[in-house]
Write a protein that binds this ligand. Structure first.
Ligand code: HEC
Length: 244
């Protein structure tokens, strides 16, 4: 019978390398979750991350402007005080005139926003340096733009595919029923692709926010299971004689 390699065939230095890699990936994943929390938390005006926040991120609010949604949500902390927010919201409500922009809005943006929202920053986010540019953000908030989703999708797919591949390579050295292993190596990839596909549906149908969350959570769980199984079997698992 063909011999497949298992953790019992692996040298201690290779186990240490595998362990260091898996633990670091586990820590990186925690930071990814924290980053997710800080990006979407509070979009709906309430602290903490909720389904409503995810709906707003993808579908948008459809009853406020993109600029209004940003300063009521993730960009609020960049404003110096509540008065500045009220000034911007009033300008949006009063018909976005150029005079009011120059007098009241531009100073706020110049002091608090353009360090990121300008050509100089090199960030691929809308510029807030002129009246014309800011006017483009006074349309209805329809959530994440397609170019923004495409940008995040390609980074996620390339990057996470690598991570899942290397974690999966280590995981296939575990001892377990063949069918279970075959299912477990494929699952994180399916949920990854499903999660990213659901972002686009969530942009059109707000209820898909639940699918975004579920697919993302299941990807995280299945991938964490691979890491934990691998760490356990690498160091603690002893083959019973019947399995050899
Ligand atoms: C530290 C850098 C930084 C500062 C300062 C900053 N922003 Fe942002 N802003 C970002 C980033 C990054 C994004 C993209 C976030 C995303 O796509 O989730 C963004 C997104 C936005 C958007 C949404 C753009 C869109 O495509 O719909 C608006 C509107 C916005 N910011 C307004 C502001 C305003 C107004 C201020 C000042 C009060 C401000 N930002 C200050 C970094 C910054």
């Amino acid at each position: 019978m063909q011999k497949y390699s298992r953790f019992s065939d692996v040298s201690v230095s290779e186990k240490i390398l595998n362990t260091a890699f898996l633990v670091t990936i586990g820590i990186a994943y925690m930071f990814a979750l924290l980053n997710l929390y800080y990006t979407h938390e509070g979009r709906d005006g309430k602290p903490g991350l909720s389904v409503a926040d995810v709906k707003l991120a993808y579908y948008g609010s459809h009853n406020q402007t993109r600029l209004g949604a940003a300063i009521n949500g993730p960009m609020e902390s960049n404003l110096p005080n509540a008065a500045a927010k009220t000034d911007i919201l009033n300008w949006l409500a009063n018909g976005t005139t150029k005079d009011e922009f120059q007098a009241k809005i531009k100073p706020i943006l110049d002091n608090n926003c353009i360090m990121c929202h300008s050509a100089e920053s090199g960030m691929s986010i809308p510029h807030l340096t002129s009246y014309e540019e800011v006017l483009k953000l006074t349309g209805t908030d329809t959530g994440a733009t397609i170019p923004a989703l495409v940008r995040v999708s390609h980074i996620h797919l390339f990057g996470i595919a690598f991570i899942l591949f290397f974690v999966g390579r280590i995981f296939i050295l575990c001892e377990m029923p063949r069918w279970l292993k075959r299912v477990m190596v494929a699952i994180p990839f399916l949920f990854l692709i499903g999660d990213i596909a659901s972002w686009y549906f969530a942009k059109i149908i707000p209820g898909f926010a639940y699918v975004v969350i579920a697919a993302g959570a299941l990807m995280g769980l299945s991938f964490s299971a691979q890491i934990l199984f691998s760490l356990y079997q690498m160091w603690f698992y002893k083959k019973t004689p019947s399995q050899s």
